[in-house]
Write a protein that binds this ligand. Structure first.
Ligand code: NDP
Length: 312
């Protein structure tokens, strides 16, 4: 039986509707959560991401503003901008779009964001809150992964979870969130021995690797839930055929655009998995939705208001 497709686009729109309702409730108390996005220079991929974040903020009713300093900005100048945003009460969330130019000390910049406004959840203070299960801001993509599981009624407690990837942005926080929800968690990386065998133990397999289609059917226990975080661009016809042979609709788009997206999981895995997130339309849409939720959560945490179930 083919896997259940976990529709991230649909789940993200549910979350956005819930966030919009929260924003309306807060408006009755005179609060309008505000998000400031900093986009340095002219990285076209970053511009697309930031445009999506600003558009989504407007749709859910958040106040949002965008800062676009020049590529040549110094660490000191960026720190001054962050300090100014830290001081402003109407700004609840500050997001510094990565990557930053080489001359900027990224670690110093991310440390400068007030942890109470760190809607990306990258500040060591929030990392600590997550690992000690205190209320804090959780990175958006990992939070999105957990929302997919929760909203799809996939049990986590007591399950074997295997996370492939140990980045600070995805792998580690996903592993911590799964552990906090009582899964038995294994974290894999490039030095893991016999990766397919370790992955086959998983009831829940999360791939956050950055390698197109690396997780093939021999990595997956029949019936397992597979969450594919990877986003990889395929431009070669040979690669396309390796992943999507016989998929006429996909071929049409590939030929028209000259590229298509594939996750870290080979599409053939849908034939063995019990449930799987597609790429695109799986984890990706959840990331921006959780940023919206995090901004509302930051507004509430900063004012000592009860945290909604959605973002707890
Ligand atoms: P990183 O490059 O920071 O981390 C990749 C991880 O995968 C590392 O821990 C690395 O191991 C591990 N890895 C690499 N090759 C192998 C291998 N052959 N076998 C086992 N493990 C391996 O990537 P990110 O975590 O930032 O991103 C991962 C993927 O998720 C990317 O495709 C990215 O585009 C996507 N992404 C998607 C988002 C979304 O919104 N859907 C958001 C963020 C990321 P080691 O530590 O040993 O080097």
């Amino acid at each position: 039986m083919p896997a259940q497709i976990l529709d991230g686009t649909k789940l993200a729109s549910e979350i956005r509707a819930e966030v919009a309702a929260e924003v309306q409730t807060l408006a009755a108390s005179g609060i309008r959560p505000g998000l400031a996005v900093i986009l340095v220079g002219n990285n076209s991929a970053s511009e697309v991401y930031v445009r999506g974040k600003v558009k989504s903020s407007k749709e859910v009713g958040l106040y949002s503003e965008q800062h676009t300093p020049a590529e040549s900005i110094s660490t000191g100048e960026l720190l001054a901008l962050i300090d100014a945003l830290n001081q402003r009460d109407e700004i609840d969330g500050i997001l510094v779009q990565l990557p930053l130019p080489a001359q900027v000390d990224s670690k110093k910049v991310l440390l400068a964001v007030d942890p109470a406004k760190d809607v990306d959840g990258f500040h060591p203070m929030n990392v600590g809150y997550l690992s000690t299960q205190r209320p804090g801001l959780i990175p958006c993509t990992p939070a999105g992964v957990m929302e997919i599981l929760r909203r799809s009624n996939i049990p986590v407690a007591g399950q074997e979870a295997v996370v492939v990837g140990r980045s600070d942005i995805v792998g580690k926080p996903v592993a911590m969130l799964l552990l906090n929800q009582n899964a038995t968690v294994t974290v894999c990386h490039s030095k893991t021995r016999d990766l397919p065998a370790v992955c086959r133990r998983a009831d829940i397999l999360v791939a956050a690797i950055g390698r197109a289609g690396m997780v093939t059917r021999d990595f997956v226990k029949p019936g397992a839930t597979v969450i594919d975080v990877g986003i990889n661009k395929v431009t070669e016809r040979a690669d396309f055929d390796r992943f999507f042979s016989g998929n006429a609709k996909r071929l049409e788009t590939f030929l028209a655009k000259g590229s298509t997206l594939v996750g870290d999981v080979h599409p053939e895995v849908a034939e063995v998995a019990g449930a799987i997130t597609p790429v695109p339309g799986g984890v990706g849409p959840l990331t921006i939705a959780m940023l919206m939720a995090n901004t509302v959560k930051a507004a509430k945490l900063r004012r000592g208001t009860r945290i909604p179930a959605l973002t707890r």
